[in-house]
Design a protein around this ligand. Structure first.
Ligand code: S3P
Length: 445
């Protein structure tokens, strides 16, 4: 199955100016982590602004299945009563993470430090994604893969370690999911668990672990890397978490406002952790008008209000070392690049091949079918911007929420409408995307 059943297509048409003020949903990465750390803490965790998308709801269900008490107390407000580090109970059924690599991989880490066995599963997209990168370090810590699909993929049965070992691990690729899985397993190990990354990836796990009472120190390593040192077996205590708005979701209305003439949008509470803001840096280099105000912070995560106005964009070169800070944003950046004047070269995109779909191929296909000249050279993506996009294409979404949203954004300023074959997966990360965009003036029919 590569679509929802039945698929829900949608067409996006050239629209008038996009205007208004919105708050996009809570950050997906922080929402997963708040539920997982809440479940590993002693006492009550109160979360406000949780993303109530399918990915996060699957993590909430898995925390319940592992013994934590998780309840919705109001709109986007959730309470978690945790079981303590290494306190997960044996789940009675397979844990189904749907479309979510983050939920699945972080929970694998947390389970690896508990003396239980759990089956991890997901949809066809998640079943096709690599899992060895996660279970390799977890096995070094004493966990065991009892069964798996072809190539170590899902469905995968993981037996956690009775006496987990602390390790020093150098991540083979810049991945917050690998780093987080090792740190979550390391919570249950005695002594010091160390993760070294040569390119710094998003640090929400580190920041939130500290917020919940763990001793964790992060220091620079080499020119772009980090060394993270965690002291094992802390007592995590329940904490309040305010989830800021997700910059990766804000990316869609932001690019839409930049390319639709006359637009002027305000987006509130956008998380501005520097390890997530590569897209905004790049768009500004392209000439985008994005103003930040009302800067504030909560639990180590900064946020700000953004004002975005339609702008004339020019092509730029995006360096490979910026990739970890905008890894989920290349699809929508490619849309902005297609509307820019001149060539945009995005370098070092190999990790895009193992996301919810092969996003390198899917981005090129999305642009090509809409008349944009695009090339993949090795791991680089090269988009020829002509200041306008012919449109008229049907985009295959491949069970990937971000392809669907990027293509719909493109259609808002294309000469001819852009159609997507299936919008169902948008619900994994941004359930209100279609009504929210319509409310700003988008013509989706
Ligand atoms: C995430 C990390 C990234 C990102 C994903 C969310 C996280 O994946 O693509 O959407 O919350 O840790 P990788 O760590 O595999 O790069």
């Amino acid at each position: 199955m590569t679509q929802s059943d039945p698929p829900t297509p949608l067409e996006s048409r050239a629209s008038g100016p996009l205007t208004g003020k919105v708050r996009v949903p809570g950050d997906k990465s922080i929402s997963h982590r708040a539920l997982i750390l809440g479940a590993l803490a002693v006492g009550e965790t109160r979360i406000s602004g949780l993303l109530e998308g399918e990915d996060v709801l699957n993590t909430a269900k898995s925390m319940q299945a592992l013994g934590a008490k998780v309840e919705r107390t109001g709109p986007f407000a959730w309470g978690v009563r945790g079981v303590g580090v290494a306190g997960f109970a044996q789940p009675q059924a397979p844990l189904d993470f749907g479309n979510s690599g983050t939920g699945c991989r972080l929970v694998m880490g947390a389970v690896a430090g508990c003396p239980i066995t759990a089956v991890f599963d997901g949809d066809a997209s998640l079943r096709s994604r690599p899992m060895r990168r996660i279970v390799d370090p977890l096995q070094l810590m004493g966990a065991r893969v009892v069964a798996s699909g072809e190539g170590g993929r899902l469905p995968l049965t993981l037996q956690g370690a009775r006496d987990p070992l602390p390790i020093l691990y150098r991540t083979p690729v810049a991945s917050a999911q690998i780093k987080s899985a090792v740190l979550l397993a390391g919570l249950a190990a005695p002594g010091i668990t160390t993760v070294i990354e040569t390119e710094a990836s998003r640090d929400h796990t580190e920041l939130m672990l500290r917020h919940f009472g763990a001793q964790i120190v992060s220091s620079p390593e080499g020119s772009h890397g980090r060394k993270i040192v965690l002291t094992g077996q802390p007592e995590l205590h329940g904490a309040g978490v305010v989830v800021p708005a997700d910059p990766s979701s804000a990316a869609f209305p932001i690019v839409a406002a930049l390319i639709v003439e006359g637009s002027d949008l305000i987006l509130s509470d956008i998380m501005t952790n520097p390890l997530r803001t590569g897209l905004f840096t790049t768009l500004r280099e392209m000439g985008a008008s994005i103003e930040e105000s009302q800067v504030r912070g909560d639990a180590g995560e900064p946020m700000a209000q953004f004002r975005v106005r339609a702008s004339k964009l020019r092509g730029v070169e995006v360096p490979p070392e910026r990739a970890p800070s905008m890894i989920d944003e290349y699809l929508v950046l490619a849309v902005a690049a297609a509307f820019a004047e001149g060539t945009t070269i995005m370098r070092g995109l190999q990790e895009l091949r193992v996301k919810e779909s092969d996003r390198l191929e899917a981005t090129a296909a999305m642009l090509r079918v809409n008349g944009v000249k695009v090339e993949i050279v090795g791991d680089d993506l090269i988009v020829e911007g002509k200041g306008h996009v012919p449109g008229g294409g049907l985009v295959a979404t491949h069970m990937d929420h971000r392809i669907a949203m990027s293509a719909l954004v493109m259609g808002l300023a294309s000469d001819k409408p852009v159609k997507v074959d299936d919008t169902a997966f948008i619900a994994t990360s941004f359930p209100d995307f279609i009504p929210m965009m319509r409310g700003l003036g988008a013509e989706f029919v």
